[in-house]
Design a binder for this molecule. Structure first.
Ligand code: FES
Length: 189
């Protein structure tokens, strides 16, 4: 066997570490998180990277696909606890971690990660798929790219609520990112 053949066999038998890492998808990670107290990891790649913070989050139905309108108004809901408000939207375009046929249904927290400015549903701009500007220092967040900042003072992305579909039900199953003012996210469980 030539040296080249030996190296080729070895490569086939043992996947590269990078390839192994890519095998874990978001669902696998959330399931893993369900068995741990707290897990911190990076979700996404490059500039779109977002921390997934999970700790046995509650599952909660937060809306129905049939009640959302593409490019329509944002719908507030509370998750994982009753005092944490988020917005559910159906964008005009596909989004990171989006669910639904067009992968365009996403949800984000309403509290700006910069200094806690409140971003109400009326600040959702469906024509640009952004939330903002924040009323305090004008940060604006891209809802197609895991809440990445597109302008303003914030240095962190807006926390994204991980979603799944169960028929027509939209189910919140976790949180990507840390809520403003928290050292760890409440699980709601
Ligand atoms: S609190 Fe939102 S930009 Fe400062």
């Amino acid at each position: 066997m030539t040296r080249l053949e030996t190296a080729d066999r070895a490569a086939q038998a043992k996947p590269a570490p990078q390839a192994q890492r890519r095998c874990m998808n978001r669902r696998d990670f959330l399931i893993l998180g369900g068995t741990a107290v707290t897990v911190l990891a990076t979700f996404g790649e490059g500039a779109f990277a977002q921390q997934l913070v999970t700790s046995s989050y509650a599952r909660k139905v937060v809306g129905k696909v049939s009640e959302l309108e593409k490019g329509g108004a944002a719908v507030p809901f509370n998750y994982p606890t009753d005092d944490i408000e988020n917005l559910l939207v159906m964008l005009n375009e596909e989004a990171g971690a989006g669910v639904g046929e067009e992968r365009n249904i996403v949800a984000f927290n309403t509290v700006c990660p910069h200094m806690g400015g409140y971003m109400e549903a009326g600040l959702f701009r469906p024509d640009h798929s952004v939330l903002g500007p924040c009323p305090l220092h004008l940060s604006t967040f891209d809802l197609t790219k895991h809440g990445m900042i597109v302008s303003g003072h914030a240095t962190a992305s807006l926390p994204q609520i991980a979603l799944e579909l169960d028929g027509d039900d939209i189910v919140a199953i976790g949180v990507m990112g840390l809520f403003f003012g928290h050292t760890s996210n409440p699980s709601g469980a």
